[in-house]
Design a protein around this ligand. Structure first.
Ligand code: UDP
Length: 253
């Protein structure tokens, strides 16, 4: 029996939203089931998102979560991911949890490897930032499946314990509630993604579920393949002739 993949995607209404969600939905549609796509809208569920999910052909749940502090620009999907974690825990959804932001690109190969994860899987991610005109790799250096070091590039992140991208790790959902099975010395509830500084979100979360590199599984063998790409692209300005109407996520003119 194949393991359930639980893909968590925070999203919000903006010019690229529809393009991103359709692209991700079409990828997920090609992944062998069972797969559950938990899509979390910002503030309230939107009809735009609902329509895309309905047509995706993917099994999904559509949730919404408010930012704790609506003016906090550092909260890029954090509370939405937490809402999904709460949902997974409350319903005891047993599977591999993966945070897949809407704007990234994912290969099918990645989803195949997710099912090999026992406890916590990690892999390198290529980050492409058009504005900065550069491409960098962030994530583990491995010997077989053993993590022996990290590729570090951003100055701001040098002090974090684990150098993982949000889209560069996945874990067994039972770690959220079954402490005995995972021999977690600290049986406190996992604090989920906290509102610590943005650059440390991922590391702070990972530090709660694994003690050190010995509890990580580097994917695929040798961690030598790039299986997903983290893009930073948004249309900040909208240019169209005066008087013309465009919907916010470009689904109609
Ligand atoms: N996101 C969101 N609300 C926001 C900002 C971001 O729901 O105010 C979502 C976004 O749709 C994406 C994820 O959070 O799925 C990460 O956002 P983004 O790609 O902008 O972050 P970055 O690429 O800078 O890490």
């Amino acid at each position: 029996e194949r393991k359930l993949l639980i893909v968590v995607t925070p999203t919000y209404n903006r010019a690229f939203q529809r393009y991103y969600l359709i692209r991700l939905g079409q990828t997920l549609r090609l992944v062998s089931p069972p797969l559950l796509w938990i899509v979390v809208d910002m503030n309230a569920t939107s009809v735009e998102t609902a329509e895309i999910l309905m047509r995706s052909g993917v099994m999904y749940r559509h949730l919404a979560a408010c930012k704790k502090n609506s003016t906090d620009s550092r909260d890029r999907g954090v509370h939405q991911r937490n809402a999904a974690l709460e949902h997974i825990e409350r319903h005891r959804l047993d599977g591999i949890v993966y945070f897949a932001d809407d704007s990234n690109i994912y290969s099918l190969e990645l989803f195949q490897h997710l099912r090999d994860i026992r406890r916590f899987g990690v892999w390198p991610v290529a980050m492409l930032a058009q504005s900065k005109n550069n491409a960098v790799i962030e994530g583990p250096v491995c010997n077989g499946s053993q993590v022996i070091g990290w590729r570090i590039h951003e100055k701001s992140r040098r002090h974090s314990r684990f150098h993982v991208d949000m889209s560069g790790f996945a874990f067994n959902s039972t770690m959220l509630w079954d402490h005995e099975r995972w021999h977690r010395s600290n049986s406190d509830a996992i604090r989920q993604l906290d509102t610590v500084e943005e650059d440390f979100q991922e590391s702070a979360f990972v530090e709660q579920i694994v003690e050190d590199e010995s509890q990580m599984e580097g994917l695929p063998n040798g961690c030598s393949r790039i299986m997903n790409w983290h893009l930073h692209e948004e249309a900040r300005n909208f240019a169209y002739p005066e008087g013309w109407q465009l919907s916010r996520n470009l689904d109609a003119i």
